[in-house]
Design a protein around this ligand. Sequence first.
Ligand SMILES: O=C(O)[C@H](O)[C@@H](O)[C@@H](O)[C@H](O)CO
Ligand SMILES: [Mg+2]
Length: 382
Amino acid sequence: MKIIKLTTYRVPPRWMLLKIETDEGVVGWGEPVIEGRARTVETAVQEMEPYLIGQDPARINDLWQTMYRAGFYRGGAILMSAIAGIDQALWDIKGKVMGKPVYELLGGLVRDRMKMYSWVGGDRPSDIIDHIRTLREGGFDTFKMNGTEELGMLDTAAAVDKAVERVAEIRAAFGNSIEFGLDFHGRVAAPMAKVLLRELEPYRPLFVEEPVLAEQAEYYPRLAETTSIPLAAGERMYSRFEFKNVFHAGGLSIVQPDLSHAGGITECLKIASMAEAYDIALAPHCPLGPVALAACLQVDFVSYNAVLQEQSMGIHYNRGGELLDYVLNKEDFRITDGYMKPLSKPGLGVEIDEARVIEASRNAPDWRNPVWRHADGSVAEW
Ligand SMILES: O=C(O)[C@H](O)[C@@H](O)[C@@H](O)[C@H](O)CO
Ligand SMILES: [Mg+2]
């Protein structure tokens, strides 16, 4: 079997799907994308084509290493997202050829169902209580929200209190009948992270995500010494070589690689195994589309340390497109009592509605995250 064609489809709300065709008619789908940089990743995928056309899609490891090493320069959000989507599609092809879901090719199920969580609130978390109530009726009991608005490198007690009060309201409304993670989203600089963590301690969030920016990872062990709140990160780290340094330095309790940013299934399986050796839990990041989620779930169901899975149904980013819009086997993505079952159809387990994808790609928006500014006019971390 040989790879004969790669086609990318940028689709609403902000995703990109990749179709890899073979000379024997087997097709694989991937989701190579960086939110807000879809066109850049699209070009990176196109630049990877010479390594792939005419090659045997079964040789995923060799193709992965070639895409990673042959161009001399390596790593980073764009190249690793391009490799990620291609890798996903190659695993999809392999599973379809062998008539098995990817998790069967990786040693079979380690669990029978996977715990899912849902975003609540938006960029500026508000009306969270009602949103949680609604989602609880749908079976969720675990949530994630932005932990704060934009925050200055040194900010006021009032700003800290505003963030903490929201969390206090949630605990007052729901007690410990729910769990929630707080995503600092990189908005909190090192001087404020310790302050905010201390004030949040009494409310026992399930985790705090990206407590500081990924480029400040050396603070993870220092912050972990000051709090019992589990610290989580990973969506802005792109290879096992980056994760290696963070695991070795310590401080992370939960690692959140993104299956569409960190090299795909092949790379994230290695990251998951490395994390397990350090007793670090796995909670793949996935605010993206159905192929990205399917790839996450294939890794979750073979990774002992997988504890939570993000999914984007109802997320505040999904304007103009929802997770299941491009999926034919929607029923397989049902979340019951906050859990998903394994996707057991061959390959990644997602059947793409290609006609819908092609139609939606005709006028895909170029999504961009907003540019926030502090009161003094300087750019703020969004
Ligand atoms: O945890 C999450 O889902 C992420 O922080 C998410 O909010 C961002 O990755 C966003 O998709 C960037 O455009
Ligand atoms: Mg996040």
